[in-house]
Design a protein. Sequence first.
Length: 319
Amino acid sequence: MNDIMPVRDYLTDLQDRICAAIEAADGQARFQEDAWTRAEGGGGRTRVLRGGGVFEQAGIGFSDVSGSKLPPSASAHRPELAGASWRAVGVSLVFHPRNPYLPTTHANVRHFRAERDGQAVAWWFGGGFDLTPFYPFDEDVLHWHRTARDLCESFGGAERYAAHKHWCDEYFFLKHRGETRGVGGLFFDDLGQDFERDFGYLRAVGDGFLDAYLPIVERRKDTPHGEREREFQCMSRPLRGVQPGLRPRHPVRPAERRPRRIHPDEPAALRALGIRLPARSGQRRAAAAGLPASARLVERTGLTRTRQDFNPPSRLPRR
């Protein structure tokens, strides 16, 4: 069966389940939904939780968007897509916790298909999840990667895990900082050989996200911290908040681009701490923030990434 509706049904259910789990973990705030439509075709529902006991802000969106024709940049690399209509469904999330010892996380799962005369001419799955700790703990990183490794077991085992872990490390490498965005996870795209098997892998990644993240939430949400750790968290977030764009051969995002950004109010948080972040980017911005050159996440083993001399300054400079 090569049908988009079971994928759509799975994704809406996944959004519901993740929202319920995060609300339970937070214990205070609830997600608010913004249902939207797209003039060219389709729509979605964006859910945002703000001001919670555990999460400053958490956003998770579902989208189902379509169009009558792909842009020329898509068919230039894949001629079979010329003149085809398209449809894409996906779930994407980003969670920003309050506690500096609890990592930020990102995840998405998506499906794309193109049709001509009612017949599919191309389809694929993509997605993944990654973790961005400000204070990495080996226990958390090992759990995150072991969960990712285990969910790959039925889909190629160690070979699949190694390939998609490496893809994640490369995809989320911040060239302007010379480091990875976090400790990695899984990333994949263009998975389109066997529909049932590939859809099964998409479900394993989607379901595996909560298995990977919730135990870390429970371990770190109440970790004692002070102004020093909070300052480092607020300074690090904008510096590591860069997300690479899709490659030219993937000009259509499964999630419709929305004007709302899911992130905490960093300027307000920084002002409350007496910090002003200069309007700079890349290495100059990192230097202006007073971050140590040794604050680099490095690969230590084939399974985990952790920090080396990752000691935030005891006091960031006031400006």
